[in-house]
Write a protein that binds this ligand. Sequence first.
Ligand SMILES: NC(=O)c1ccc[n+]([C@@H]2O[C@H](COP(=O)([O-])OP(=O)(O)OC[C@H]3O[C@@H](n4cnc5c(N)ncnc54)[C@H](OP(=O)(O)O)[C@@H]3O)[C@@H](O)[C@H]2O)c1
Length: 317
Amino acid sequence: MEQIKLKNVDETVSRMALGTMYFHTLVESKKSKEILDFYVDQGGNFIDTANMYVSWIKGFEGGESERLIGEWMADRKIRDQMFLSTKVGLPMKDVPAGLKKDLIIRECENSLRRLKVDTIDLYFAHREDNETDLEETLEAFDILQRQGKIKYIGVSNHRSFRVAEANTISHLKGYPRFTFAQYRYSYLRPKPGTPFESLDDTRMHATEDLLDYINQNDMNFMCYQTLLSGAYSNGDRSFPPEYIGPDSDERLKVLREVTEETGATINQVVLAWSMQNKMKAVPLISGSSIQQIKENIEACQIELSPEQIQRLNLAGN
Ligand SMILES: NC(=O)c1ccc[n+]([C@@H]2O[C@H](COP(=O)([O-])OP(=O)(O)OC[C@H]3O[C@@H](n4cnc5c(N)ncnc54)[C@H](OP(=O)(O)O)[C@@H]3O)[C@@H](O)[C@H]2O)c1
């Protein structure tokens, strides 16, 4: 896998990041480590997790994914080669939701301990917290950065005006600035006004104005749910209803045409599109088998022509 130079930070990472949300829970520990080893063998070095993965599944409380990564990195003695992102702000056992200063500082310590590291490369505000001033949140990140506990900060699931407001505060106060944005983003587009674009759902699809803001401000864009949980290729799995709108049939038709032309799989075309369209995203790939991860990584070898990208972009307009 090719390495790319990130924007606005002096770091190089692999073209695709590995999402580890269900590692050590739905994907059992041995398989999770096999997938991590495979990803690294393929040249991957960008691993994404969160403090609360996965507190919402019965029998688990959060922290499982971070713990597994910590164990795996220590065992493989591989920490120095990795670029590691984790998140704070969603609830887990004994931890409320939110981005208050004390909570962030406490949770960062907990993540460092579970991950068995001294520094988190990239620390995300996982979800907007309307009850806390952005300034308080950014002050916490500033303290942690000064202490060497985090290197960079990122924003996830915040509305665009809040991201802009945060970056203005950082500029005025000399606090760290959001240089990464992580959002739900796939080839199928959501119907405008569906609840998950509001605060009813933690997952927010990247809207056009947010994407413009990210590009104009040279932020690094990471996308999740790009494969919509495998629905593009798995006939038994339906697309989330929010993604079925007036343009979906046309977009799926063009996506299938381009897939046929490239000889790649439909998942690979979706991932290639995410990396090669104007957003130049770093997609978060994941899966429960080596075969899925292999297929996803091989999307890096698919070159879409400018005409194919334009056709994909214009479908359904
Ligand atoms: N910031 C946030 O709020 C947020 C939210 C969600 C996720 N994330 C991050 O994004 C990562 C990716 O998660 P996601 O749910 O967004 O990913 P996704 O790509 O939409 O779905 C991943 C699932 O799709 C299936 N899949 C993957 N590759 C496949 C392939 N080649 N063929 C067929 N099926 C395939 C697998 O399902 P099966 O295992 O069931 O086969 C896999 O578990 C997470 O691990 C996490 O790090 C962040």
